[in-house]
Design a protein around this ligand. Sequence first.
Ligand code: FES
Length: 621
Amino acid sequence: MNQPAADTVTGTFLPEDRAVAAPTGTTILDAATAAGIHLETICSGRGTCGKCRVLVKGYEAPAPTPVDSRRLSPAQLQAGWRMACEHPFSADGVYTHPLVETQLRTVQSAGIGEIQLRPNVQQHVVTPAAPDLEHPVFDWPRVKEELASLAGGVDASLAALRRLSGVIREAGNGPITATLVGSRAIDFEPGDTTAAPALGLAFDIGTTTVVGALMDLESGAELAVAAELNGQAVYGADVISRTTFAAQGEDDLETLRMAVLETINGIIDRLLRAARVERRRVHEATFVGNTVMLHLLTGIDPAGIGSSPFVGVTTESLTTTAAALEINLEADAGVFLFPAIAGYVGADLVGVVVSTRLAQREGNVLVIDVGTNGEIALVASGRILCTSAAAGPAFEGAEISRGMRAVAGAVERITLGEAGPELGVIGDIPPTGICGSGLVDAVAELVRTGIVSPTGRLLPPDDLPGDVPKALRRRVHFDDDGGRFLLADDDPDAADALPLIATDIRQLQLAKAAIRVGVDVLLERAGIGPDDLDEILLAGAFGAYLDAAAVLNIGMVPPIPAERIRPVGNAAGLGARLGLLSLNHRVEAELLVGEVEYLELSAVADFQWLFADAMAFPEPA
Ligand code: FES
């Protein structure tokens, strides 16, 4: 084993995850350059171009120099960004740098569009020189030397080293293929096996649903997608109840970890079967999810997130192996967890911001990841602000009298017309319940027609406006249990009347008010009004199905033209895919968390008043 000389120090560069030794006193920039790591520079280290920024971790970032202060924002300085040409490379330093976008292959990928491929997984074919008595060089140093010219300094995992002897002998000292994750060789095979697919997995760990995508790292193609209910759901519907459950003891934390792990491993099995590929071909997996979900996945106690000031153990990204998390892939397959921003603004929102290119957008754009915990980000005049709003489970169709997930039989669209309700039912079968988008539609239509007042009250038949059609009027019923509006059969005693009851309307009102307060506070902090918003993006499996007019009718967002509201699908999951297909996007995520301004809604002085105001539905036009 080579030991660094006494007058050298060893640090690590990310995203390559490469350990580098350099003489004491070398600048970070020079240490990187000497190791073949390409940091961006125009001025060659003279401190004038402002391009060589790195995120310093592993020790306390040095005091900013005048060059740092001129070139970096206060938020970046605070997060630990420094100019690499200004500071010495230090022992134990971990330096993350943006990647230089050169010679990257551009491909089209499903749901993502155009992407410049730069996966963390590389395959190289090398032919190590045969040893002889004059050059009795061991296997790994010979392979390593060949790899060095292709991939720079590398090391090898123990599992890969265990295979190497057999692989070299089977290859008869001919070519072998090395698979690298970052700068670590995790597998060797005899011959040239680069025609075999190099695959990766991108996961979005939702509180309710876990979604995984199997991606081809060479072409960017999506090979299969699978979703399953998060196995933790039986231990609580939301992150608060999961956090409470985990806090009961180590065994309970482990129970939750195993539950989500089982879901993930089940999804992996399904994806591999669907795409008919070997497990061995999957070399890396990326994960986004809310902060509690990623704490639980890693077995880190999220207890602190459960109560004010909502502080968990870490928001940093994590690079580890499948074996460390017990994910059912080859032991050394890489795992990357996106960084988070706060206890309730997780790696999922970071994924959303990355995939919507929010940080690069001109103008003022708001994105809402609609769910049990609504996460909201606003880019305005170059600033990125974010917050989270406890919307509750109404948007998921939970805690609604006839609520259900968006599966066959769920009402997902509702229009109230002269002849009565027109229902859009998933699967075109008789309705059995109502999902989140159906609930939003239903309440929006009841507000529009005046059947529900701006205060959220379902009006008794005698108080309904005169222009409410008869076919709707006869669907409003009141008895000792309160009021209800029949969405399906208009016989109140029919089993399939599908009633929407007053508390359902109340649940939606609370959910939309929570989101609206978050939106209003962000706009206010950015110093802009609704008219200044160029676009509102609705993200999340649920957000994608929301109707812009309905969202406006319930007042979940401020009044802007409906054409400026756009669904963007599962943007968090797309962020995980981007991070899988290109290291650039991982770095972008790291940059982002250093720049974003987080607002804790519960700390806003007049929060209760704002919330009370946001409860009101807009007056019908
Ligand atoms: S290399 Fe130009 S500022 Fe550091």
